[in-house]
Design a protein around this ligand. Structure first.
Ligand code: ZN
Length: 562
């Protein structure tokens, strides 16, 4: 058997020098799995990303969940790294998932943000690819699909495909950016939910047809069945006891009729597909599909990599905030859904037959309106600094489209009439082709005007010209180094606007309401990592020292391949 560098270094106890340098200076720690393997390799390795599941949420809330839940099982049977840190500043879903699955920063991977502006300045998915078509259960649809073409580095799945060509690789998510990095360039199936078409889809970049096994849980009919009853609280007393704010807390966003109070009736939502995502039912849809993949797409003779991204937590957090009744019930229902999914895996491959490596793509910050709610930010009353760097100052939203209009006006003042600013796809500002073609002195005038204007926003901490980033980034965790590792060469963007702690770009799900993430501070940049791998990872262990984000991929790769 060929030994990879990681397997070799585990054998030789010389990991620090043998593995590639991690791009963060978080304390070096032994690579990946922390117990000598005492068991055969698991037949199914599940990588699971809970979108917006901050390390601070895990640290403060998991103990409140029932012993029968999925997180209690992970804690009993696995190792919990309480602080895994990203090495980039733009803590959003696409940079987070790409970092997890490539062990590379956005600077190296090219995945700098969730979205980029199209030729008209409208934000579109960074993975949208006009050369591809979306594929539904009836075949290709005349609509642009998504692909992995923008990714500049290999993924975990690519590495698995290379090492074990017959491995079964399936990835499932509510978002293209949650699915595609996990599936890599040659998945057996990569599926995500299309909220407009109300069905799971794939892209001609990966397949010309949906897999037959996906119909039972991924079709429009299956999705509609999940919306037949309203989202109600699973335990109202428990939610009341824990949530820092009332059910109808000001600042909560109404997603086009979805409402801000329980029960959330799907028939009231004008966009039922979007409402599904913003409820625990979205995760249930993904986990049902993922379980079906293990039951119907697995080859017992070959290893299986199953990548799952659960994004309901992110939509719920954006709309209602992390202190809401909705967020607490989402966590409780996610916990129960995970327990059921793990039990299904037990039934399909035995409790020792599967491993899970679970983490998150980024964290979250409080809803701005909770700054006036007594006791909602308890860290602000503490005499010791908050270990998650959560803000105590004012919290506020920055509308990216308003910023784009304002910067365009500043450009006209500086240069005269013309279309100079193409758009803002946070945290980046993009210029039009006409602006990029300006002679150097005029371009300098434009950039100076834009930087001056963007710096004047009360929400701004720093403005960085992407062209001015050093050719090589420092390896420390200063904000300058984190920003440097966020910005790829030839990014296409011109400015990076870094918001101060507590300010954020409005996610736009309910403009002017809700909250978001994306900052370089520890509340957004630190996530938990759970490794449950019988015979490979120590059970019941908690590791509080920071570990680098590269730990996710190293661990999963070792479990599947080596
Ligand atoms: Zn988000």
């Amino acid at each position: 058997m060929r030994l990879s560098p990681i397997a070799l270094c585990l054998a030789l106890s010389a990991c620090a020098s043998a593995r590639p340098a991690a791009p963060t200076t978080s304390q070096p720690a032994p690579v990946t799995v922390n117990a000598p393997p005492t068991a055969a390799r698991p037949r199914v390795v599940v990588t699971l990303v809970v979108d917006q599941f901050a390390a601070w949420i895990a640290a403060e809330r998991l103990a409140a969940l029932p012993d029968t839940g999925g997180f209690a099982r992970l804690r009993r049977e696995g190792t919990w790294y309480t602080r895994m840190r990203y090495a980039h500043a733009a803590t959003d879903t696409a940079p987070g998932h790409s970092s997890l699955y490539t062990a590379a920063t956005p600077r190296e991977s090219g995945i700098l943000a969730n979205e980029v502006p199209d030729a008209r300045g409208q934000r579109v998915s960074i993975l949208r690819d006009e050369q591809t078509r979306t594929v539904g259960f009836d075949g290709p649809i005349d609509a642009a699909g998504s692909s992995i073409a923008r990714l500049r580095v290999p993924t975990l799945a690519d590495r698995v495909r290379e090492a074990v060509p017959g491995a079964v690789i399936v990835s499932v998510s509510l978002k293209d950016r949650g699915a595609i990095f996990g599936g890599g360039r040659h998945p057996d199936a990569v599926l995500w939910f299309d909220a407009v078409r109300d069905t799971f889809v794939t892209s001609t970049a990966f397949a010309n047809a949906m897999p037959a096994w996906a119909r039972a849980s991924g079709s429009t009919e299956a999705v509609r069945a999940l919306r037949a009853t309203p989202w109600t609280l699973s335990d109202e007393a428990w939610v009341r006891a824990h949530a820092a704010t009332p059910d109808a807390q000001p600042g909560e966003g109404d997603l086009e009729g979805w409402g801000t109070t329980f029960p959330h009736d799907f028939s009231r939502a004008r966009k039922p597909g979007s409402a599904l995502r913003a409820s625990p039912r979205g995760d249930m849809a993904v986990l049902a599909l993922a379980g079906d993949a293990v039951e119907h797409a697995r080859d017992p003779q070959r290893p299986m990599l199953l990548a799952i991204s659960l994004s309901s937590n992110d939509y719920v957090g954006h709309l209602f905030g992390p202190d809401s009744w909705e967020a607490w019930d989402q966590l409780r229902q996610l916990d129960a859904s995970l327990a059921r999914f793990f039990a299904r895996l037990d039934g399909l491959v035995g409790a020792d037959g599967w491993a899970v490596v679970l983490s998150a793509d980024h964290g979250i910050v409080s809803l701005p309106e909770v700054q006036t709610v007594a006791g909602a930010r308890p860290w602000c009353a503490s005499s010791t600094p908050d270990p998650w760097e959560r803000p105590c100052g004012p919290l506020s939203r920055l509308d990216p489209d308003a910023v784009a209009r304002d910067l365009q006006a500043a450009a006209v003042t500086a240069l005269g009439p013309g279309a100079w600013v193409l758009g803002v796809a946070d945290p980046y500002v993009y210029l039009t082709p006409a602006a990029l073609a300006l002679p150097a002195p005029r371009r300098r005038t434009l950039m100076d005007a834009l930087v001056r204007r963007a710096r004047a926003y009360p929400e701004t901490e720093r403005v960085v010209e992407t062209d001015a980033v050093a050719p090589s980034c420092a390896t420390d965790d200063t904000v300058e180094a984190l920003l440097c590792r966020s910005i790829p060469a030839e990014s296409g963007a011109s400015l990076y606007i870094q918001t101060r702690a507590g300010a954020f770009f409005d996610s736009g799900y309910a403009l002017g309401f809700g909250t978001s993430h994306g900052s370089p501070y520890l509340f957004d940049r630190t996530v938990p990592l759970f490794v449950r791998a019988p015979g490979h990872a120590e059970a019941g262990r908690v590791v509080d020292e920071p570990v680098p984000f590269t730990r996710f991929r190293e661990t999963a790769e070792r479990l599947v391949v080596e």
